[in-house]
Write a protein that binds this ligand. Structure first.
Ligand code: ADP
Ligand code: MG
Length: 698
C-alpha cells in the first residue's frame, strides 16, 4: 500500500445510498467514506442506561421503561394522543400530535415500552413529546445501547437515524483498517496523539462513561488529534506554496545605494528604528535571487508607505519597475501624489492607473508601463487587467490589504512574470493580525512587524457617548472647527445595504449643514464616481496651492482605509456598535496623525447591549492595534478577522483556529519535520484539502 492509502470509496458503495442520498450527503460536503467519518457529531445522547421516572428532571434526555396505564385522545384545537405510563417509581405522559389509528391501538394498557426523549413539563407533571419508543413484551430481551448515541449536523430530508446507520457501515469499513494512519508512530508518541482510526471510532461511538462535557468543548484528545492533523495539512499546503515560490527565480537586486540615500535625505523625517529594521529585512530579501514574499504588519499610522517606497526605489535603482497596488481609488490617488512628491525630485517617473483613468490618458499610461517609461506604477485592482503589460516588473507591493487570499497573492505574481523570473512581493496589512492567525493563515509568507509609531504622536482620546447627547457632540464639532481643526463624521451601515448607508450619509450631511451653517460640510460615499471622491478628498486635504475648503467631511466607511489627512483631528463614528473592532480601529486611525491632540467620539445608539458596551470600552481603553485584533478574534472569530469568511478559504472541518490556537506551535514544528518527506506531506494535504484547487496550487 502506498503512503496515500488506497482510494477511498465513494458514499455510493454504502447499502441504501442511492442518487437522492448522494445528493443530500454532498450538501454536507460528504463525498466518500472518509468525509463521512470526518463528519463529527455535534453532541451525544446517553441511551446506555434506563432511568427511573422518579429520578427524571426537566430537560433530561433519558431512556425509561414503563407500563402503559391509560391511552386517550384529547380533542380540542389539535387532536392529541396522550399515553400515561408508570414504572413503579412514578408516572409520566407521552404526548403525540401526529399519530395513526394503528399507533393508538398498539399502545394498549399493560404494554411495556422503552422510550427515549427529552423530559418536559406538562399540565399533569412530566411529559415526553413524540418520544422514540418500542414495545418490550417480546420474548427476546431488547439490548440497551452500548455506547453514547451521536447527534450529527444534518440537512433537510436526512434523518439522524439514517446518518447513524450509514456511519455504522463506515465504521465497519474503518475497522477493516482501510483508512491509512498517516502520522508516523514516533511522531504520534512524541506529540501524544492517539491513532486516527481509534479517535474516529471513539467519537462516533463513545463508551457510556465518556466525558460528554469535554467533548462538547471540542477539547477531547480524540477531537484534538483530528484538529491537529487538519491544521497540519493546512500548514503543509502553505509550506508547499512557499516552496514553489522559492523555486522561482527572481531578479537579484543590488543593495540600496545612492538613490535610496537621496530619497531618505529629502524626507522631512527620519525613519523609526522599526522602519529601518524592516527596510533592511526587505533589502536583504531583494538581493537573494529568490522571489520575496513578505508580509509587513504595522499598526495604523506606523508608516508603512515609506517602507514600500524604499523597496520600490531599490528596484528602480536596479533598472526594474515597481508596482504599488491599493484597495481603493482614494488610496491609490493618495499614494500617487505621495510618490510623485517623493520621486519627482529624484527624476523617477511615476505612473498611475485606476478605473477613473480613461481614454487617451489611459492609453498613454499603458504605453508607459509597457515601454518602461513609468518606473514606479501606482494603481488599484485595475493593474490586474488583461491589457496591462509591464516592461520589467521587479517588485509588486500590495498595500492595506487584509482581505487578500492566497489566490490573489499568486495571480499578481503570475501577472508580473518576466520570462522565468517572478517579481518580488511585499504585502502590507491594513490591520494587525493576531499572531496565531499569522502563523496559520500566512505561513507561506515571511513576516516583518513595524512595532513602533513615529515620534510625537499623541494617542487619540476616545469617548463613548450615547446619541441622546448628540447636541453636545455637535457643539464640540463647532468648537474644533473654529480652532482650525477638521472633522470626519462617519455614518456606518444601518443595514447591509450600501444604498442605505449612502442615504444616511446624505441626510446627515444636510442636517449638519443646517445645524452648523457657519461651517463647510462635505460628503463622500461609495456610490460617488471615483473622480468625484478623489476631488472631495482633495478639497478636504488641500495642497500646496489651495487651502482645505471642507471643515467637516461626512463619510461612509469608504474612508476606512489608508487615508492620511494630518490636520483632521476629530472623528465622530455613528453607531460604532455595528462595526468590528478592527474596522473601528482602522477608522479611528484616520485621526491622530498630526501633532495636536485628537479625539474620537463613538456615538452609539442607546441602549447598548452588554457585549456592545464591552467592545466599545476596549476601543476606549486601548489604541494598540494588536491588542484590538486579539479581542476582535475572540469576539468575531477568524473568518471575519481574516476576511476569508466570504471566500471560503481557511474553513476547517474540525479544527477551530481559536479553540485550537494552542496547537499551532506544535503544528508548525511538526510541519517542518513532515515537510522533509514530500510524499507524506502530499498524502496529508490531499486527505484534508483534496487536490488543493481551493488554494489554486501552483
Ligand atoms: P500606515 O502605516 O498607516 O500606512 P502611513 O504610511 O500612511 O501609515 O504614514 C502615516 C503618516 O506618518 C504619514 O503622514 C507619513 O508621512 C508619516 N510618517 C511615516 N514615517 C514617519 C516617521 N518615521 N516619522 C514621522 N512621520 C512619519
Ligand atoms: Mg497605509
Amino acid at each position: 500500500m502506498s503512503v496515500d492509502g488506497p482510494n477511498i470509496p465513494a458514499v455510493g458503495v454504502l447499502k441504501g445510498v442511492g442518487a437522492a442520498m448522494v445528493n443530500k450527503l454532498e450538501r454536507l460536503g460528504i463525498h466518500n467514506l472518509q468525509d463521512l467519518l470526518f463528519h463529527l457529531p455535534i453532541r451525544y445522547q446517553d441511551r446506555t442506561s434506563v432511568k427511573k421516572i422518579a429520578a427524571l428532571r426537566i430537560g433530561d434526555e433519558a431512556v425509561i421503561e414503563a407500563e402503559v396505564s391509560v391511552v386517550e385522545i384529547k380533542l380540542g384545537k389539535k387532536r392529541t394522543l396522550l399515553c400515561r405510563v408508570h414504572d413503579g417509581t412514578g408516572s409520566l405522559t407521552l404526548r403525540f400530535f401526529h399519530f395513526s389509528a394503528a399507533q393508538k391501538n398498539s399502545l394498549s394498557k399493560g404494554k411495556i415500552l422503552r422510550c427515549f426523549s427529552e423530559v418536559r413539563p406538562g399540565p399533569n407533571g412530566l411529559e415526553m413529546v413524540h418520544p422514540e419508543y418500542k414495545g418490550l413484551d417480546d420474548e427476546l430481551p431488547t439490548p440497551i445501547e452500548q455506547s453514547l448515541t451521536p447527534v450529527y449536523p444534518i440537512t433537510e430530508g436526512l434523518q439522524q437515524n439514517r446518518i447513524r446507520s450509514l456511519m455504522q457501515q463506515a465504521l465497519r469499513w474503518l475497522e477493516s483498517g482501510e483508512l491509512a494512519e498517516l502520522l508516523p508512530t514516533e511522531l504520534r508518541s512524541q506529540w501524544g496523539l492517539p491513532q486516527l482510526g481509534k479517535s474516529l471510532a471513539y467519537l462516533h461511538a463513545p463508551p457510556p462513561q465518556a466525558d460528554r462535557e469535554l467533548m462538547a468543548t471540542g477539547l477531547h484528545p480524540a477531537q484534538r488529534r483530528l484538529a491537529f492533523e487538519e491544521l497540519l495539512a493546512h500548514h503543509l499546503t502553505l509550506l508547499n506554496i512557499r516552496r514553489s515560490v522559492q523555486q522561482q527565480g527572481a531578479p537579484v537586486l543590488k543593495a540600496p545605494a545612492d538613490l535610496c540615500a537621496r530619497f531618505l535625505s529629502q524626507l522631512d523625517f527620519t525613519l523609526t528604528g522599526a522602519q529601518q529594521r524592516v527596510c533592511a529585512e526587505i533589502a536583504t530579501d531583494l538581493t537573494k535571487g529568490v522571489a520575496m514574499l513578505r508580509l509587513i504588519q504595522g499598526d495604523v499610522g506606523s508608516g508603512k508607505t515609506v517602507v514600500a517606497a524604499m523597496a520600490a526605489i531599490q528596484a528602480v535603482e536596479n533598472g526594474l519597475q515597481a508596482a504599488i497596488m491599493a484597495p481603493t481609488e482614494i488610496l491609490a490617488e493618495q499614494h500617487y501624489l505621495n510618490f510623485q512628491k517623493w520621486l519627482a525630485p529624484l527624476q523617477v517617473k511615476v505612473g498611475m492607473l485606476s478605473g477613473k483613468v480613461k481614454g487617451k490618458k489611459r492609453a498613454l499610461q499603458l504605453q508607459n508601463f509597457a515601454s518602461g517609461e513609468a518606473q514606479v506604477i501606482v494603481g488599484t485592482h485595475a493593474l490586474f487587467q488583461e491589457e496591462v503589460r509591464f516592461f520589467n516588473l521587479g517588485l509588486a507591493v500590495i498595500d492595506e490589504q487584509h482581505r487578500f487570499g492566497v489566490h490573489q497573492r499568486m495571480s499578481l505574481r503570475e501577472k508580473g512574470k518576466n520570462g522565468k523570473l517572478s517579481p518580488h512581493q511585499l504585502i502590507m496589512t491594513a490591520t494587525p493580525i493576531p499572531r496565531t492567525l499569522t502563523m496559520s493563515a500566512y505561513a507561506d509568507l515571511d513576516c516583518s512587524v513595524i512595532d513602533e509609531l513615529p515620534p510625537g504622536r499623541t494617542p487619540v482620546q476616545t469617548v463613548v457617548i450615547g446619541d441622546h447627547r448628540r447636541d453636545q457632540v455637535i457643539a464640540r464639532v463647532r468648537k474644533a472647527c473654529l480652532e482650525q481643526r477638521q472633522v470626519y463624521w462617519v455614518c456606518t451601515l444601518i443595514e447591509e445595504s450600501e444604498v442605505l448607508e449612502c442615504q444616511a450619509a446624505e441626510v446627515t450631511a444636510e442636517q449638519l449643514q443646517q445645524q452648523l451653517p457657519e461651517l463647510k460640510i462635505g460628503l463622500i460615499h461609495g456610490r460617488m464616481k471615483g473622480a468625484e471622491k478623489v476631488e472631495i478628498m482633495q478639497r478636504f486635504k488641500g495642497d500646496a496651492e489651495t487651502a482645505a475648503s471642507i471643515d467637516v467631511l461626512v463619510a461612509t466607511t469608504v474612508i476606512e482605509v489608508g487615508v492620511d489627512v494630518p490636520n483632521a483631528s476629530v472623528m465622530i463614528i455613528e453607531n460604532p456598535e455595528r462595526l468590528g473592532l478592527a474596522q473601528l480601529h482602522q477608522l479611528r486611525g484616520r485621526v491622530g496623525r498630526g501633532s495636536v491632540e485628537s479625539y474620537c467620539l463613538l456615538l452609539y445608539r442607546a441602549p447598548l447591549s452588554y457585549t456592545g458596551k464591552q467592545r466599545l470600552q476596549i476601543m476606549r481603553d486601548t489604541t494598540d492595534g494588536f491588542k484590538i485584533a486579539e479581542k476582535d478574534l475572540e469576539i468575531r472569530g477568524p473568518g471575519e478577522v481574516l476576511g476569508t469568511k466570504q471566500t471560503g478559504e481557511m474553513q476547517f472541518r474540525i479544527a477551530d483556529l481559536q479553540r485550537d490556537a494552542d496547537l499551532l506551535e506544535q503544528v508548525q514544528s511538526l510541519a517542518l519535520q513532515v515537510n522533509t518527506d514530500p510524499q507524506l506531506s502530499a498524502a496529508i494535504t490531499r486527505r484534508w484539502l483534496g487536490t488543493g484547487e481551493q488554494y489554486g496550487q501552483v
